[in-house]
Design a binder for this molecule. Structure first.
Ligand code: AMP
Length: 418
């Protein structure tokens, strides 16, 4: 397998799948350029080695072609500012203009292609008229499979080498994230974001220094089951926090008032607890909670035992005892994985538990632990507290990270490794 550090880019055109799916305001200005800045090292590496760059990405979920609201044209000024070089643009990612501009690219130059998802071929999902029959659906799917091959081939023909640097979409088998790699059997590589993500997650998944603690929070048991099952095989401690907690207490006969509860997950909870006992995994749950009389910042609050919450009250954050318990487990850990907040951290009143977890993780990291923070909301939380640069790695992954941690092979990763 080729690597970005050793590949010879001199005189080569590199097509890079980046994740420039950035938020825009009403005036179509980029409001957070984190994802663009993250891709800069890969792009600059190619340019510095004498290559030229063709950038391709999706933006939002356009439903037609073209859909000006979702044009990547809006982000050109930001890409130019972050990269420090002028950026050319092609109005149609596989049109004549893209072909001409790509062919004319000189070393050191950058071309950005229009939104890949203007074409349904990118995702391979047909755009069906409402009320389409099953037969029409099957027909459209078949036709799209064929045109997807053409689309992928056209994208591939623009360049000499393919780089995938979009970890956030690596769990999708789309034209630009996976299928295109087949056209570059000897010239397909991971960009730095992909390399770093894979390295960080593999370190936690395959080679964790013990004791290994996972903190799984968030709202629902149902969305975290597979990851919990996978982690039970590996961790020494599993801290369960957030809204999920109350389904665990309710399943064991606790009184949880109006807290979040998924009654259809009680069997799963019992299975998880039994397996943890069998494997000797210590499960740490919030024994007490900061409860509120409504789901609002101006709610009245009181601390309750998490298995004895009065009707009309709901658990919104870890209580003081729980926070101490979480902190002491985290402090003695050498590998820490954090996915999901342990309270409704978006409201300052209920952010204390999540902030304490974040601080304990940075403290353990300063003492030599390896810490990986991943999954949308824990990343938002660590950013909110300004602690992102004090953990070992913050994943950009979201869905891709979760699937990777669940033990699934990501199509975007497999396509390069094959
Ligand atoms: P998830 O996407 O499953 O990781 O869930 C994240 C969401 O869970 C955040 O928006 C939190 O506000 C929410 N959450 C955390 N703790 C609680 C709780 N005790 N009750 C309700 N929602 C919670």
């Amino acid at each position: 397998m080729q690597s970005i550090d050793t590949y010879d880019f001199k005189g080569k055109k590199a097509i890079i799948r980046v994740d420039f799916n950035v938020p825009l305001n009403d005036r179509f200005e980029v409001t957070d350029d984190t994802r663009i800045r993250a891709a800069v090292p890969t792009i600059q590496k190619v340019l510095a080695e004498g290559g030229s760059v063709i950038l391709m990405s999706h933006l939002g979920r356009p439903k037609k072609n073209p859909d000006p609201k979702f044009s990547l044209r809006h982000i050109i000024p930001t890409v130019e500012k972050d990269l420090g070089v002028p950026v050319q643009f092609a109005d149609d990612c596989v049109g004549a203009e893209a072909v001409e501009k790509a062919a004319a690219l000189k070393p050191g130059e950058v071309l950005l292609l229009e939104n890949l998802r203007f074409y349904p071929e990118e995702e391979g999902k047909p755009r069906l008229a409402e009320g389409a029959t099953e037969e029409e659906k099957a027909e459209a799917k078949k036709a799209l499979k064929e045109s997807q091959k053409e689309f992928t081939k056209k994208l591939a023909s623009l360049a000499d080498v393919y780089i995938n640097d979009a970890f956030g979409t690596a769990h999708r088998a789309h034209a630009s994230t996976a299928l295109i790699a087949a056209y570059f059997p000897n010239d397909k590589i991971f960009g730095y974001i992909m390399e770093n993500e894979i390295k960080a997650v593999d370190k936690v998944l395959e080679n964790p220094t013990k004791p290994y603690t996972a903190i799984i929070g968030g709202s629902k048991v149902s969305s975290k089951i597979t990851i919990i099952e996978n982690l039970l095989q590996k961790v020494d401690n599993l801290i369960i926090g957030g809204g999920m907690t109350y389904t665990f207490f309710a399943a064991q006969g606790g009184k949880i008032g109006n807290s979040l509860c998924e009654a259809d997950q009680f069997d799963t909870v019992h299975a998880i607890l039994a397996e943890a006992r069998e494997l000797g995994v210590r499960i740490v749950m919030a024994e007490d909670s900061l409860c509120a009389d409504k789901f609002a910042e101006d709610a009245d609050t009181q601390v309750c035992a998490s298995n004895d919450i009065a009707d009309g009250w709901m658990g919104m954050d870890a209580g003081p005892q729980a926070i101490e318990a979480f902190k002491s487990v985290i402090a003695e850990s050498k590998t820490i994985l954090w996915n999901g907040p342990v309270g409704v951290f978006e409201m300052d009143k209920f952010a204390g538990g999540t902030q304490a977890v974040a601080q304990a993780i940075t403290q353990a990291t300063a003492n030599g632990a390896f810490s990986l923070v991943g999954g949308g909301d824990s990343v938002a939380a660590i950013n909110k507290f300004g602690l992102a640069d004090r953990v070992s790695y913050v994943s950009t992954g979201g869905g891709a990270l979760l699937e990777y941690m669940e033990g699934k092979e990501l199509p975007g990763v497999a396509a390069i490794r094959q």
